[in-house]
Design a protein around this ligand. Structure first.
Ligand SMILES: NC(=O)C1=CN([C@@H]2O[C@H](COP(=O)(O)OP(=O)(O)OC[C@H]3O[C@@H](n4cnc5c(N)ncnc54)[C@H](O)[C@@H]3O)[C@@H](O)[C@H]2O)[C@@H](O)CC1
Ligand SMILES: [K+]
Length: 525
């Protein structure tokens, strides 16, 4: 499913109306009807407990000046047809409506729909008369914080305690960033028209929008392709239809462990051996045939048998238990013939580690996953005199996946975490294209960006996954999927989606998500 900005949505609308020839009024009719259907669905479901069943449901529709308001008027008509008692509350004098919204206003008037006008300095609506509210004040045409009289109406609606179904976007929410203005309407349900808007998926918008339902209004999906929308909601459908990944990955009967690839995990050191354990364990659970787990030699005996399915390889470490004494060439030899290599979790840092990683960057032929400490080694290359900056590292013949959390991304880009979070999709995409890597920017709604400029925003996962080791698990899953022959984009997207799904399953089994630990995610893979 495409994930659009307001600007893209406007272009798609225009293209549909002007080039394809579907009249704007037809789209508005479909939009309003879809919103009405969602009101009915909500009323008959969860809303039924709240209201008196011996009378018709009563809903107040808040109507703004633009096309969002027009959608609201159409919605009101369809609710009346369903036997609802409905009133329109215009936020501006109805004469001010124009275009298709004015056409809807006149239809409503001729049909005798009851309507009043709201004034910021007048009496507030008597909310006790209503069972619910439709918010059709502001949609994708909104700019800046809602002005009066919208502002006081939004505040009053929020304070009413009534369920609110928002048309397209909750009024006051930035449809592109998910940032709420002051005030911003808090919706129970948001009916996203035609396509999912970025601000409904990104936090805090995802929370403000309540349950989000995307409803088709007759705009063909091809119109989004035509306008070159390259951002997608990462769900099972996108994985299957856009990325060609079938979940679960198909397994032929007549195969052996060699069929599913061999992963090398270079992770864990004296104080952080668990990171390697989680990474290698997750790689095994993702379905690859074999995992070799490389560790500093001192740890070998202690770790023996902890993950019996993996092959443990201790590398000469001068009896330190640290990677600092292990030449890059030793690891490169081990990487030969592997189908994927994951480097970084729990590795720790040492003087000269950026140059060490730079050597492996060239020497490893297999697809590479860099996580945690390896990402900081990359970032530091930008500051050191003896290593070229990351942007100058040669393009690898094989694929590379980087999996930074916002802090690591900030270091990689030389900016603040706040700036990283401001435009996660844009930044991830720009980085992936510029450096020819697949970038996984972790966090609530992880973004996967590919070098060919596609971006995917994940829908799975929960706050319980904000726990030590969860990232090591993700790196292992992505490496495991790469080893099975998935492309970097496929493996990163499927890995992120499955990691989140496993986290959701794990959280559902716990009394509260906060008690989830990284190992639980592996069990659910
Ligand atoms: N053909 C189309 O473009 C379609 C649009 N649709 C609906 O139309 C919406 C977009 O319509 P519009 O572009 O008319 O825009 P909106 O209806 O979102 O609002 C724009 C109007 O609100 C005013 N406004 C903007 N920011 C404001 C603020 N901060 N405070 C107070 N007033 C403000 C503007 O003066 C303008 O008149 C979509 O969200 C969707 O609901 C649907 O009807 C489907 C078809
Ligand atoms: K709205």
């Amino acid at each position: 499913m495409h994930l659009v900005t307001s600007k893209e949505m406007r272009e798609i609308d225009r293209h549909t109306i002007e080039n394809i020839g579907i009249p704007a009024l037809v789209l508005m009719e479909n939009a309003g009807r879809a919103i009405a259907e969602e009101v009915v669905r909500w009323s008959e479901g969860r809303g039924a407990e709240r209201r008196c069943v011996s009378r018709a449901p009563r809903w107040l529709v808040l109507v703004g000046k633009g096309n969002n308001g027009g959608d609201g008027i159409v919605c009101a008509r369809h609710l009346v047809e369903q036997g609802y008692e409905v009133e329109l509350l215009y936020a501006v004098p109805p004469e001010q409506l124009g275009g298709e919204a004015a056409v809807q206003r006149d239809i409503a008037w001729r049909m005798g729909l009851s309507a009043t006008v709201y004034y910021a300095d007048g009496a507030p609506p008597d909310w006790s008369r209503w069972d619910g509210i439709v918010d059709a004040l502001l949609g994708t045409g909104s700019a800046g914080a809602p002005r009066e009289p919208y502002a006081s109406l939004i505040r009053a609606a929020n304070a009413s305690g009534l369920p609110i179904v928002a048309a397209d976007v909750p009024s006051g929410l930035d449809a592109d960033t998910g940032e709420p203005a002051d005030p911003c309407l808090r919706a129970t349900v948001t009916v996203a028209l035609a396509f999912m808007k970025r601000g409904l998926l990104l936090y805090p918008g995802a929370e403000i929008a309540g349950e989000v339902v995307v409803r088709s209004i007759g705009i063909p999906t091809a119109a989004a392709e035509e306008r070159e929308v390259r951002t997608f909601v990462l769900d099972e459908r996108t994985l299957e239809r856009r990325l060609g990944v079938q979940i679960p990955l198909p397994r032929q009967a007549d195969t052996h462990k060699g069929t599913y690839g061999h992963v090398l995990v270079a992770a864990g050191s004296r104080h952080m051996s668990g990171a390697g354990l989680l990474c290698a364990g997750a790689a095994l659970r993702s379905g690859c045939g074999l995992v070799t787990w490389a560790v500093p030699q001192l740890l070998e005996l202690t770790l023996a048998g902890r993950l019996p399915e993996a092959m443990l390889r201790g590398l000469p470490d001068g009896s330190t238990g640290e990677w600092r004494n292990i030449p890059a060439a030793e690891l490169a030899v081990l990487a030969a013939g592997k189908q994927a290599v994951a480097i970084g979790p729990g590795m720790a840092r040492w003087a000269g580690d950026s140059a060490w990683l730079r050597e492996l960057w060239d020497a490893v032929d297999a697809p590479l996953v860099l996580d945690a400490d390896a990402l900081n080694m990359l970032a530091d290359a930008n500051k050191l005199a003896d290593v070229p900056p990351f942007a100058a590292w040669p393009r690898r013949a094989s694929t590379t996946v980087l999996t930074p959390h916002p802090g690591e991304m900030a270091r990689l880009c030389g900016m603040s975490v706040r700036d990283v979070q401001r435009d996660r999709i844009g930044l991830a995409r720009q980085f992936a294209v510029q450096h020819d890597v697949t970038l996984v920017l972790k966090g609530a709604r992880t973004v996967v960006a590919t070098p060919d400029s596609d971006a995917y925003v994940n829908t799975t996962g929960n706050p319980g996954m904000a726990t030590g080791g969860a990232g090591d698990v993700l790196a292992g899953v992505i490496a495991g999927l790469l080893a099975q022959g998935l492309t970097a984009g496929q493996a990163a997207a499927a890995g992120v989606f499955l990691h989140g799904t496993a986290g959701d399953l794990a959280a559902a089994k716990r009394p509260s998500p906060g008690s989830l630990i990284a190992g639980d995610i592996i069990h659910e893979l």
